[in-house]
Design a protein around this ligand. Structure first.
Ligand code: ZN
Length: 310
């Protein structure tokens, strides 16, 4: 019997540095069970995930596939020995952990796919959210750190040598206007070092959530984000830009970012999306804080689709 695409239950794991979210479902509005687990040791955390899936199997039957949306850095190249691993993370105890293998074998070796949390979120927004109807989408999460994921046509997240690290691109900083030398332990004033929530707090000595909308912090923040978007538009030519994460809950940033992005591009990119419809081009996520979890479901469905087409 051939099941309709999207009709089978998928196991999703959103693996974060502070919590893991496990779920069973088929898509937005169809998450049938969910559990949040604090991230402790790899052994304990993975065991608790597998206990959850085992209970779900007893109650609802077997899942068809697994999708894992993970914090990183992570091994995404199936040709390499570190595929499915969390690799060089500074998080104690989590270096070189075979996360995908442990979860997949615990679930009986079902088809699975593994990607970064931000690529998974980009995939979910592309499939069900703010990117519905476009071929390519770039998703940035701007929170404690900054990450970016790009989904090209037909729903393939971009990988390469490893995976993109769009939060660490270099941006021009005017020391006269912004003497803060940056918060990134690797690069100082890269994008994340200048514009993450961590950087905002270090520069202004207060949490971003307490800084009022009229504070000069936001004009500077919009400037850095627009500079990064300018570079992404020129490099990847995405058809939509989705900006999520805790910092982007400051909705007043959106008009500022759009204005500055248009100024930086200066009419050079010949697209009505930028020249006339930038309000629909640079947008907030549609799936809110479920993008990672739904990304795991979308990854599991992609694993099944690959099998079906093989
Ligand atoms: Zn950096």
């Amino acid at each position: 019997m051939t099941e309709l695409p999207g009709s089978q239950l998928i196991a999703s794991v959103e693996a974060g540095g502070t919590k893991f979210v496990c779920a069973i479902g088929r898509g937005p509005g169809d998450i049938v069970a969910e559990l949040r687990i604090p991230t402790t040791t790899p052994e304990e955390t993975i065991e608790r995930c597998l206990e959850f899936f085992s209970r779900q199997k007893t109650e609802r039957g077997a899942v068809a596939a697994l999708g894992v949306a993970t914090f990183g850095p992570a091994g995404l190249n199936p040709a390499r020995a570190d595929y499915g691993y969390i690799t060089t993370t500074p998080k104690p105890g989590w270096q070189n952990v075979p996360l995908l293998g442990a979860l997949q074998s615990g679930l009986g070796g079902i088809p699975a796919r593994f990607d970064t949390d931000v690529n998974a979120a980009a995939l979910a927004e592309w499939k069900w959210g703010a990117g519905k109807g476009v071929d390519s989408l770039l998703y940035y999460t701007i929170g404690t750190g900054i990450g970016g994921g790009f989904v090209s046509s037909r729903g393939a997240p971009l990988h390469g040598l490893v995976h993109p690290e769009m939060g660490h691109v270099r941006l021009p900083r005017d020391p006269a206007r912004d003497p803060f030398t940056g918060a990134c332990p690797f690069h100082g004033d890269c994008f994340e070092g200048l514009a993450s929530g961590t950087a905002i707090e270090a520069r202004w000595n207060q949490s971003a959530t307490h800084i009022p909308p009229e504070h000069p912090a936001w004009d500077l923040e919009a400037e850095y984000i627009a500079l990064a978007l300018n570079n992404s538009v020129c490099s990847l030519s995405p058809e939509r830009l989705v900006l999520g994460g805790g910092v982007m809950e400051q909705q007043h940033l959106f008009p500022l970012i759009r204005l500055k992005l248009a100024q930086y591009l200066n009419g050079y990119i010949d697209s009505t999306m930028i020249l006339e419809q930038i309000d629909q081009y640079v947008v907030p996520p549609a799936l809110a804080n479920q993008a990672g979890l739904l990304g795991g479901i979308a990854l599991g469905q992609a694993a099944l689709a690959t099998l079906a087409s093989a």
